[in-house]
Write a protein that binds this ligand. Structure first.
Ligand SMILES: [Zn+2]
Length: 559
């Protein structure tokens, strides 16, 4: 007690001295001093600044250039010549491993037609021994759902190799005859639960396998080793840093992935910070983590505090669960993939153990079922500030919109899903339900938290393309004119907040991340242009010149 009083008096004395001696007290040298920048802090108490002082992995001070030079006169400053600085982008829904794998697999993403894909795969047979798998990724199963390709042309071009081409969003796979043969899929094979072997008029498999039917082939693929998983994640994380992401929320991770992240972090090989959503479908893994409790390392490199569940499928393949039948397919309402009781049960156990739950819900029936399950679990556990999330919240019944704010449920949404789906989304749900679809502004006005994300590799990981989609609701060519349902567009401040402060809130890290202010982690970007001044078109060209994570330069563009 006595000692504390002395310390207190000493502090007062020191400040009195410092204030008398000079207007700006000089500070000890620091690790990095940024000056002459246009800093967009995303801190409402100090929205703009010119200088950042960084010590270790944290921001020590934020202010103007002149004061910075006086305070830290022993540190050589980095003069940015007026360049714009923003907080590091936090992508709230990502998949590093498939991104890394796609960097290794054949990339089919930008190939325009079936014949182009078949030709690309055929080239691969030239340097792949017969009998060895050829794996590709990135044909758009949403866009092609109305008219799926078949294995015919693919099989003719690749008679000696099993081929499996995964869709852009992971909801369908395309196999050739050799792969179907290897997996033992014939006309008598029954559809597995929650999946379909697409068949022709005569009942023969066409080569397209949707949802869980993909596993019939996937289980015959050679398994990735831990070292391959690590390499894929490392590659993907470098790609993130290159695009200005400094943190990602990994939306569904397996046991081997957790082991890979841990080792990569320990070995200093992963460029960005990772928050993990444990795959709730793996009961053994889930039980193990619920028994153990959350894990956050001292430097906020790896956070394991969230559980991922799936309530339904996707809208494009009509797997999203709707309250009423699909407008363009009255025989189906889609499919609930996890019963409400199971969502409730996992949520209750997770809340009791200090975990957050994030559930994939696309259709209005899935969203309602998850809100009901969350409501019950919140009531029974009396959990405070639980930060339960719904991933996508894509089609929400208008009467359910206020429940997000009322229950404190976070709507974790992806601007690019809207602009990818807008050509056909209204056909699926009709003119009335579309009012609660991709309804960012409606949800924001209702008081819901709205972190934004890419859901890469299904969509590009470039966050400036996501911001462009959020601002315009147009495709990169500027179509449709004026934007699709433009009343749901976001402002630049709302979009940036979604990729910074709101995303930090969604991972319970808002004390450490999401804005540039003293005490927070020094994660920030130096941009190629002023994000507050660029036109939407120029937003597509915006790039990070430098990416810093914890005060360390992790990416620098070549001049
Ligand atoms: Zn996802």
């Amino acid at each position: 007690m006595r000692q504390r009083a002395y310390v207190k008096m000493g502090v007062i004395f020191f400040f009195a001295l410092a204030c008398n001696a000079a207007r700006v007290p000089k500070q000890a040298p620091i690790d990095l001093l940024i000056v002459n920048a246009h800093v967009v802090t995303m801190n409402p108490r100090q929205p703009r600044a010119e200088a950042l002082a960084i010590a270790g992995d944290r921001i020590l001070w934020v202010g103007d250039t002149e004061e910075a030079k006086q305070r830290y006169s022993d540190t050589t400053p980095l003069d940015l010549g007026g360049a714009t600085v923003i907080p590091g982008i936090i992508d709230a829904h990502t998949h590093l491993l498939p991104l890394g794998e796609s960097l290794i697999k054949i990339n089919l993403k930008d190939l325009p037609s079936e014949s182009a894909i078949v030709e690309r795969v055929r080239q691969e047979t030239n340097h792949t021994p017969p009998g060895h798998w050829i794996l590709g990724w990135g044909w758009d199963e949403g866009k092609w759902a109305a008219d799926y390709p078949t294995h015919a042309a693919l099989s003719a071009a690749t008679p000696d190799h099993p081929v499996f081409l995964t869709g852009l969003h992971g909801f369908a796979g395309w196999a050739n005859a050799k792969a179907l043969e290897t997996a033992g899929i014939t006309r008598v094979t029954k559809d597995p639960p929650k999946g379909e072997i697409v068949r022709d008029r005569n009942g023969a498999p066409t080569g397209i396998l949707t949802n869980h039917a993909q596993e019939l082939v996937a289980k015959h693929l050679p398994k990735l080793t831990l070292e391959q998983v690590k390499r894929a994640i490392e590659r993907a994380a470098e790609e993130c840093a290159r695009h200005g992401l400094t943190s990602v929320h990994e939306a569904q991770v397996s046991r081997i992935m957790i082991q890979a992240y841990r080792e990569l972090v320990r070995e200093g090989r992963v460029a960005v910070r990772i928050s993990v959503m444990i795959d709730g479908a793996d009961r053994a893994l889930l039980d193990e983590w619920l028994a153990r409790g959350p894990e956050i390392d001292a430097h906020h490199r790896l956070t394991i505090r969230s559980v991922k569940l799936f309530a339904d499928g996707a809208l494009g393949s009509r797997g999203a669960a709707l309250l009423e039948p699909y407008s363009d397919e009255p025989s189906t309402r889609g499919l609930l993939t996890t019963p409400g009781d199971a969502v409730y049960d996992v949520t209750r156990r997770a809340l009791e153990r200090g975990f957050q739950v994030a559930t994939h819900a696309i259709g209005d029936a899935a969203n309602r079922q998850v809100l009901d399950a969350y409501e019950r679990a919140l009531r029974e556990t009396k959990a405070k500030d639980a930060r339960l999330r719904i991933e996508h919240a894509q089609v929400v019944a208008l009467e359910d919109v206020p429940r997000f704010a009322q229950l404190g449920v976070i709507a974790s949404m992806q601007p690019a899903h809207c602009t990818s789906d807008m050509p056909w989304a209204e056909k699926r749900v009709g003119p009335s339900r579309i009012r609660g679809a991709y309804a960012w502004q409606t949800l924001l006005k209702s008081g819901a938290h709205l972190p934004l994300s890419s859901d890469f590799p299904g969509e590009t990981l470039n966050p400036f393309h996501g911001i462009y989609a959020a601002l315009t609701r147009q495709d990169p060519e500027g179509k449709p004119e004026g934007g699709w349902r433009p009343e749901e567009r976001l402002t630049l401040d709302e979009a940036l907040r979604g990729y910074t402060a709101e995303a930090a809130f969604a991972e319970l890290e808002e004390r450490d991340k999401g804005s540039l202010e003293a005490g927070k982690l020094a994660d920030f970007l130096v941009l190629s242009a002023d994000i507050t001044k660029v036109s939407p078109k120029e937003m597509l060209e915006l790039r990070p010149r430098r990416t810093y994570v914890g005060g360390k330069l992790v990416f620098q563009a070549s001049p």
